[in-house]
Design a protein around this ligand. Structure first.
Ligand SMILES: Nc1ncnc2c1ncn2[C@@H]1O[C@H](COP(=O)(O)OP(=O)(O)OP(=O)(O)O)[C@@H](O)[C@H]1O
Length: 272
């Protein structure tokens, strides 16, 4: 069995530790509810390698956002642990950037000011000119070079999410966490932003973990698609390696012989 196939087997996904960026071990999450404890995740094990792009799919309510928010350090861990480069996380940190479905920009601030907010926090010792250059660089990468001084409240949803992407990359995280970032966008805008995201990612090779409900998006972006079982006590159900070469174009992916095989695998998982 070659290396690539081995990684698709659940449970033995143990990579050499030098290759591992993110390690979720026996992760558990319990939410207290008026009817008693609700165990959303239990015995969830997942390793994600450096420079890997992983997409997460699973039924609504299975616990995807719960898992991602725990990796972000925004949601307490009930059991097990999460480590980044071998160190257990204790809360949020600049090593992990998050892109939410709604970018929640400061509406009264300009696009540049919004991106600068994070940059100023993470690089307090850089000069103002250096910090401005970083923010402008990423705004230009997402096609917002003509809108540095536009207020966020004047931007369309797609434009706001472009700023959200720039803001996340600009703090130069080790891991990028994306919670259905394109879920609220029309399909044309969605495609544009997928292209922008993957173009920057191809260059920066940050480890990325992205939740999506869209099977095609999951395949197009990922090195591996991780499938979560339905809750309660959700865990990793299956992992699919996507062996398409990079850089990818939508056309090359759609025309690839394996595309429908991958698609069927994911849809079969979701339907059973
Ligand atoms: N703070 C909370 N207290 C109690 N239950 C919660 C809390 N947050 C989430 N849940 C429940 O935990 C389960 C998992 O929620 P979560 O949002 O993580 O799922 P999801 O897979 O991201 O869903 P979706 O795909 O619809 O976004 C759901 O049943 C949800 O109702």
């Amino acid at each position: 069995m070659d290396n690539k196939r081995e990684t698709s087997l659940v449970g033995n996904g143990l990579f050499p530790s030098k290759d591992v960026m993110l390690d979720l071990k026996n992760l558990k999450k319990v939410y207290p509810t008026p009817k008693g404890d609700y165990v959303v995740l239990e015995d969830l094990n997942l390793q994600i390698r450096k420079e890997e792009f992983v997409t997460i799919i699973g039924h609504s309510g299975c616990g995807k956002t719960t898992m991602l928010s725990m990796i972000a350090g925004l949601n307490p861990i009930s059991g097990g642990n999460i480590s980044v480069l071998g160190k257990h996380i204790k809360g949020p940190g600049p090593d992990r950037g998050v892109i939410f479905q709604s970018p929640s920009l400061m509406p009264w601030m300009t696009t540049l000011q919004n991106v600068m907010l994070g940059v100023n926090q993470v690089f307090p010792h850089a000069s103002r000119a250096q910090r401005t250059d970083i923010a402008k660089y990423y705004l230009q990468k997402v096609g917002m070079e003509d809108s540095f001084n536009k207020r966020a409240s004047e931007l369309s949803q797609g434009m706001q999410q472009r700023v959200g992407i720039a803001r996340a990359f600009a703090i130069k995280p080790k891991v990028l966490l994306l919670d259905e970032p394109f879920g609220m966008l029309d399909s044309l805008t969605r495609g544009e932003l997928q292209d922008i995201l993957i173009e920057i990612w191809n260059k920066e090779k940050i480890t990325a973990v992205m939740i999506t409900h869209d099977v095609d998006e999951a395949i197009f972006l990922a090195d591996r698609v991780v499938m979560m079982t339905s809750g309660p006590k959700a865990k990793i159900g299956d992992i699919l390696n996507i062996d398409f070469e990079r850089p990818r174009t939508r056309k090359s992916v759609l025309e690839h012989n394996d595309y429908y095989k991958y698609r069927k695998h994911l849809i079969d998982f979701l339907e059973h």
